[in-house]
Ligand binder design. Sequence first.
Ligand SMILES: O=C(O)CCC(=O)C(=O)O
Ligand SMILES: [Fe+2]
Length: 300
Amino acid sequence: MSSTATLLPGVDAGTSSPASLLEQFERDGLVRLPRLVSDDTLRGMQQAFAGRLRHLRWNNVDGYERTERYRFMVQDVLPLVQSLIGQFVGPRYVLCEAKGWRSLPTNRDFHGWHGDSWYDQSRVTGPVPREVKLAIYLTDVRSGAFQYIKGSHGKPPHHLSRTETDALPLDRMEEVLGPAGTAVLFDTSGIHRQGIPIREPRQAIFYNYHDPAVPLQQEDVDYYRYHPLLLNAAFLGGLSAEDCRALGFGEQATYQPGFIRRSEHRGFEAFLQHLYEARLLVGEWSSRIGGRALRLLRRR
Ligand SMILES: O=C(O)CCC(=O)C(=O)O
Ligand SMILES: [Fe+2]
């Protein structure tokens, strides 16, 4: 985990000082950040991500998750970045989710324009609690870019109806096209989506920061979204007290002991499990039979 200074090596004090980035973020709800990671780090992130995209997560394989047709989800990607977030979003914010996805080519607006719903809107009725995401592209993005309506943040987030979508001020839309390594920070209450058409697969990771004390909407409690981060000890050297706080060390607000996620595919999973057991059994028999045949051959 690096400090702000080392994570922002290329900040040009003239045009993108932290103060001007902050001003832009407050006004528009999003800000493109200077390149946050070195070429080597980016390559490492791309390799690690590609490794997780090789297989569906299953049994002893830690791969991707698939719950929809157009995206492969990778959970718990390493939180490599901690930078200006504290300044941007205040002292109580914690990295609450680190995940990325590979989006597949399509013309379908499968996600649609929305603000991210995450907190319990029946219990939190005052000002919209701030949540920000830091997005980093791992592939060059020439289509299917992240799109954001500038200045639309700060209102209770929801999925937009057809009528609301038709009335969107698209002249205020920022489209974040850019090479791998492009980073953008956005207030998730602002209206956004992945643009269409997506002409080539896009890989991106999204780090989510909010105050874990804010009550979550029921659907995210049921799913155990924003579970405490699962971290790799190899990367946890030399952390400052602030790094530890921002990573949620000791934070139990969202922890659910013994959590069991309800599966929507129980029958199908049971079927696959039986099939796999049958496969193991066949493997065991064939190695026994093979071993016996080999012994017989040797005796001859
Ligand atoms: O994939 C995208 O570009 C949009 C992602 C998004 O809606 C989100 O992370 O909240
Ligand atoms: Fe979103």
